[in-house]
Ligand binder design. Structure first.
Ligand code: SAM
Length: 220
């Protein structure tokens, strides 16, 4: 996975992304925004906001910044906000979540929905999410992780060599992700149909602490 392959993949997906990945993964988006329990005046950062499927879910009282590496995905998000009369719901910026332009401690809550298995370097992503999140703030993720079901897990392993073309890693391991990023979740729970995805919630209290020495992320 590299940033160019990701941009190309999501340029292809942008127009029909909502049809393929909208409704089916919306329960996970809703679960995470509910769990965020956003308070009045909070500053929220959503990385990899894509076509903005989550944006109508946030309450009016918060200020939301959404970033994405794909201009084409963000164009779709802008169409959505215009169409729904939600122009002020979020500020949308083309930016690499692994190299963010925000100052340290800029946000109360930072969230990534279906992004961790897409970025080139998930460890770097989490480091950046921690950096821009206030100490004591919260980090939220929802993602599909490598299935423990032998059949589905086997299919995901077979698909792994196609990660570049697919635009995500089908065999992304939760244990490995937690070990490599040092995230110490206070809540992990299944979401979406058939518990296909996992919601992970962590407090931003230990920057890069507790990382395990495991090999670099690979598609195997
Ligand atoms: C599977 S989509 C998820 C989109 C949206 N969060 C959702 O709930 O549907 C992954 C998104 O992450 C974006 N992305 C991948 N790598 C990124 C990076 N390094 N920085 C910012 N966005 C990135 C992609 O462009 C794409 O829009």
């Amino acid at each position: 996975m590299d940033i160019r392959a990701i941009e190309q993949a999501y340029r292809r997906y942008a127009r029909f992304y909502d049809v393929c990945f909208g409704a089916v993964f919306q329960p996970g988006r809703k679960a995470i925004v509910d769990r965020m329990d956003c308070g009045a005046g909070e500053r929220i950062l959503e990385v990899g906001v894509g076509t903005g499927l989550s944006l109508p879910l946030y309450p009016d009282k918060v200020s939301v910044v959404g970033i994405d590496i794909s201009r084409h995905m963000l164009d779709q998000a802008r169409v959505r906000l215009d169409r729904d009369g939600l122009e002020d719901a979020a500020e949308l910026v083309v930016m690499d979540a692994e190299h963010m332009a925000f100052a340290d401690d800029s946000f109360d809550k930072v969230v990534a929905m279906y992004v961790a298995s897409v970025v080139p370097d998930p460890e770097r992503l989490v480091d950046e999410m921690r950096r821009v999140c206030k100490p004591g703030g919260q980090i939220f993720m929802v993602n599909h992780f490598h299935s423990r079901n032998p059949l589905l897990g086997g299919v995901e392993r077979l698909l792994a060599p196609l990660s570049r073309q697919l635009g995500f890693r089908p065999d992304f391991s939760l244990d490995r992700f937690l070990g490599q990023t040092g995230l110490d979740p206070m809540n992990i729970r299944p979401v979406n149909l058939f518990d296909f995805s996992t919601l992970v919630e962590a407090r931003n209290d230990k920057r890069s602490a507790g990382k395990m020495a495991v090999p670099a992320f690979a598609a195997s």
